[in-house]
Design a protein around this ligand. Structure first.
Ligand SMILES: [Zn+2]
Length: 483
């Protein structure tokens, strides 16, 4: 029985954001084999690099009956080589693979390498490498290796790092990389439940490897709940999705490490790079998701100015038809947050009730977004108690400025209140309480966003406001502003 083992050359872990533009142009002949050396009837163009012996042999074979035996080696770089002729273009990306075998009795480090001329000097670069156990066919491969631009006199060759043992080579291939379908998260050439599980695992921060080019369903350079939703639809209605994508080696793993936090300290991951030193105000909207156009209008008014806000959703109110509002908020960079499951006043609640109200809503939001994380919580009716302070497992942004939309404030009154605060210098750093159920607030936001932009404000999420002002938040603590 032949032992076979695969080794893959993979790119190092890289951040998601850095990969926005990594997909290289790919020829239309994707998947075409340029080299397919099996050594069944000839040496397939392979020869020695020096005085070593390179000859066909039927003593060992990975595929078929023959392989190529390399013996009488006096240098580690002695090996089997083949010219990469006009079929390959320098500066382009190709898949390379070969099977190697040695029976020295010990592991041997082996390499698949490229020799080329850069016009001045001869260069030697590694395409793939690995430890090859004795008496085990081992595959060295790289699914996407870019031949350096300007390279001429290119030879593909197989060598060892130190050992001078004999070895066998078989199944040497090179091809134009395959195009993978969007949604083929694991690049196994099928879009199926395995891809969905990999993506969920990745989003939940568990050990997972996703291929960025095919997991980023909407090609926005990020992998998040939006991509998960699209992939779910993709699996339900495959005929509607025919996008393919170029292959890249840009795999990523979920390895974001949490910094050292104080007990109860909120893990604030907000990106504040876009705020650019402006004054900040955190508009916040309670009681969604709603089943009318209010959310769309609020989202549009904010997005038009590049602004963000925080939305506190009531868990039990979320259903199949309105959960898209939450996904949309997430995709626009808004902060999805927790307004408890039942929207009960927690003023007289015990530990169990407080924790359950938070947890149930959290679980619902996580299932909608396909993530595993915690959320800021807005206390229903702003009902606070010592128990809330003790047991609520998240910070509680409260109300620095009350729009009073819940108490029939008109659009004009709300707009005036915010403008006055801006004019008397008290708006900066405040949490503003509004409701997405209230049309007066919707219209007020449409008027206020352009005005705030003109007056040097950025409308931000609660987390962004605290982050940009270097203020920490703690679980169970109420915050009217970030000062
Ligand atoms: Zn409420």
């Amino acid at each position: 029985m032949v032992n076979k083992k695969r080794l893959f050359a993979r790119a190092a872990c890289v951040s998601v954001i850095a990969l926005v533009c990594t997909a290289a142009a790919i020829p239309a002949t994707a998947g075409q084999k340029l080299l397919n050396a099996s050594f069944e009837s000839t040496t397939d163009g392979f020869g020695a690099r020096s005085n070593e012996t390179v000859a066909r042999s039927n003593a060992q074979a990975y595929d078929g009956s023959y392989s190529l035996k390399v013996s009488n080696r006096t240098e580690a770089w002695n090996g089997a080589a083949v010219l990469l002729d006009n079929g390959w273009t320098s500066g382009s990306t190709y898949a390379f693979s070969c099977a190697v075998y040695q029976s020295s009795g010990a592991d041997v480090e082996m390499k698949l390498s490229l020799q080329y001329s850069d016009g001045t000097d001869t260069q030697y670069v590694q395409i793939s490498a690995g430890s090859v156990p004795s008496d085990t066919w081992t595959v060295l491969s790289n699914p996407a290796y870019e031949i350096p631009a300007g390279a001429s006199s290119r030879y593909l060759y197989i060598e060892t790092v130190e050992s001078l043992c004999d070895f066998y080579v078989d199944a040497v291939t090179s091809e134009i990389p395959t195009q993978y379908a969007k949604g083929d998260v694991n690049h196994d050439e099928a879009v199926d439940g395995k891809d969905l599980r990999e993506m969920i695992s990745f989003l939940q921060g568990r050990q997972a490897v996703v291929e960025l080019d095919t997991a980023d369903m909407n090609s926005d350079g990020k992998i998040n709940a939006i991509d998960l939703t699209i992939l779910r639809k993709h699996l339900l209605f495959p005929a509607r999705y025919t996008t393919t994508t170029t292959t890249t080696t840009t795999t990523t793993t979920a390895t974001t490490a949490k910094p050292q936090l104080q007990p109860g300290q909120w893990y604030n991951t907000a990106d504040v790079s876009w705020i650019n030193g402006r004054k900040t105000v955190a508009l916040s909207f309670d009681d969604g998701p709603v089943s009318n156009d209010n959310a769309n209008r609020i989202h549009a008014a904010l997005s038009k100015e590049g602004f963000h806000a925080t939305f506190f959703y009531i868990g039990k109110q979320i259903n199949g038809s309105n959960q898209s509002e939450i996904l949309k908020a997430e995709s626009l960079g808004f902060e999805v947050a927790n307004h408890t499951w039942n929207h009960d006043d927690l003023k007289y609640a015990d530990q169990y009730k407080i924790e359950t109200e938070y947890q149930q809503c959290k679980d619902k939001l996580n299932s909608v977004l396909g993530v595993n994380r915690d959320y800021l919580v807005r206390l229903p009716f702003l009902g606070y108690s010592d128990n809330v302070g003790k047991y609520m497992p998240a910070p509680c942004p409260n109300c620095g400025i009350d729009s009073a939309d819940w108490n029939r404030a008109t659009t004009d009154q709300i707009v005036q209140k915010i403008k006055s605060a801006a004019q008397n210098g008290s708006l900066n750093g405040q949490v503003v309480l509004m409701h997405e159920t209230e049309p007066a607030s919707v219209a007020a936001v449409e008027q206020l966003c352009p005005w705030l932009a003109q007056n040097g404000y950025a409308v931000v999420t609660v987390s962004e406001m605290f982050k940009v002002n270097n203020k920490e938040m703690y679980n169970g603590k109420v915050y009217n502003n970030c000062w």
